[in-house]
Design a binder for this molecule. Structure first.
Ligand code: HGY
Ligand code: MN
Ligand code: MN
Length: 416
């Protein structure tokens, strides 16, 4: 068997994505497997069963990261293929799941070919990549690389008021195993979640790195009052203050231009009633930029806006940082490996930065790391209509297979 001619089984990959997609499936389509909820537990159980069926040795670490290891000829550092299976509340079948399931498809293909690699190959599913229920995002991989003490992570409280450690215990994934001690290389296959590849009709995205991200939660306190009897000049309206901050973020992000993006994704008013001036607003601001200095400039704009609105609306505004990660560049040698491999498979490629955060940006702190993107139909993600064509899923998984072989079995492609 000439290794370069090895290919994954597209039908098996698509069926794997569809089977996991049934867990946490939403009525109208899409998936909700928020981190450490009962539906995500079922997803975890399903993944562990799939790993065991492939003969992988399964380890669960203390933050609930799941690792499935296929032994190599020698112990050595692992070639790791990973991503996540938690989703946002209105998620799709592919965000995260593709990277984990394509990793399993690589394992199944190696098994089918009785291929023994030099180095162990590990498939990883990291806890709480999305950060939608517990902030920050990429939490499991951040703890795995030593970026956040485990005890601090376990004490994080979710948006629904639950302590992360308690939820991990409740779903039975507070592991005691140790994940791989050394990682030779980390590859993550992921949907692009944006419009570039589809727009330019490119099959494979060779990811250069991940942009910087800054999440802030604002708690705005005013005074509830009657919506009819209270003159405007006497109001301390937390709802109006939140709306002005959201509009202000939109305005300064547009003014900054370039690659700057900003999102107010969540606003909760109290008491949230038609005829009561809101006494409290809790809102989030997500700022991102591939350039660290420009991201800091956007953060400074936000700070000035908060001060201005607090004064003008006579409210108090408390800030809480939820996530702050600087831009990350991936490893040039792995980038070249992905690009060359895709081209050797006859696929078109394009280099680009990732707008979304990924576990790869954390693994890059401890090992060579890089990502492979495949197109998202209509550039849509974090949306139940998220879709990627089966041919694109297979293209991405074949690139993942071949870069894994190059890394874990460094021959020149003769018989395994
Ligand atoms: O927010 C993100 O970029 C990722 O989906 N956690
Ligand atoms: Mn993702
Ligand atoms: Mn996501």
């Amino acid at each position: 068997m000439i290794l370069q001619e090895l290919r994954i089984d597209p039908a098996r990959l698509v069926s794997g994505v569809e089977r996991l997609g049934k867990i946490g499936a939403l009525e109208g389509g899409g998936v909700c497997r928020l981190a450490l909820t009962p539906s995500e537990k079922l997803g975890r159980d399903h993944l562990v069963a799939e790993m065991k069926a492939l003969g992988l040795k399964v380890a669960i670490d203390p933050i609930g990261n799941i690792f499935g290891t296929r032994k190599g000829r020698r112990e050595g550092p692992a070639v790791m293929l990973g991503s996540h299976i938690d989703t946002v509340a209105t998620g799709g079948l592919y965000d995260g799941a593709l990277g984990v399931l394509a990793g399993l498809e690589v394992i199944a293909t190696l098994n089918d070919g009785n291929i023994e690699t030099d180095l162990p190959v590990v498939v990883a599913a990291f806890t709480n990549e999305e950060g939608a229920r517990f902030a920050p995002d990429m939490l499991g991989s951040l703890v795995f690389v030593g970026g956040l003490p485990l005890a601090d992570a376990l004490d994080i409280v979710s948006i629904d008021g639950k302590r992360l450690g308690d939820e991990l215990e409740a779903i039975g994934y507070a592991g005691t195993d140790q994940g791989p001690e050394e990682v030779a290389a980390y590859f993550e296959l992921h949907i692009e979640q944006g419009p570039v590849l589809e727009d330019e009709k490119i099959e494979i995205g060779v990811v250069l790195g991940v942009q910087g991200i800054s999440w802030t939660e604002l708690t705005i306190r005013g005074r509830s009052a009657h919506a009819g009897t209270t003159p405007i000049r006497l109001r301390r309206d937390a709802g109006l203050a939140a709306a002005r901050i959201a509009a202000g973020v939109g305005a300064f992000v547009r003014a900054l231009g370039g690659d700057q993006v900003g999102t107010v994704g969540a606003i909760t008013l109290t008491p949230n009633l038609v005829n009561v001036v809101a006494e409290k607003a809790v809102m989030t601001v997500d700022l991102r930029n591939p350039d660290e200095a420009l991201l800091q400039a956007a953060e400074a704009k936000l700070a000035a806006l908060i001060e201005q609105i607090a004064g003008e609306e006579d409210v108090t505004i408390e800030r809480r940082g939820l996530a702050r990660f600087e831009p990350v560049d991936f490893t040039p040698a792995l980038i070249e490996n992905i690009d060359g491999t895709a081209k050797a498979l006859g696929l078109s490629t394009r280099r680009l930065f990732s707008g979304a955060g990924h576990d790869a940006q954390m693994l890059a702190r401890i090992a060579p790391a890089a990502m492979i993107f495949v197109p998202s139909v209509n550039g849509i993600s974090h949306n139940i209509t998220e879709y990627t064509e089966p041919a694109d899923l297979a293209n991405g998984a074949n690139v993942l297979l071949q870069v894994t072989l190059k890394q874990a079995l460094p021959t020149n492609g003769e018989e395994a």
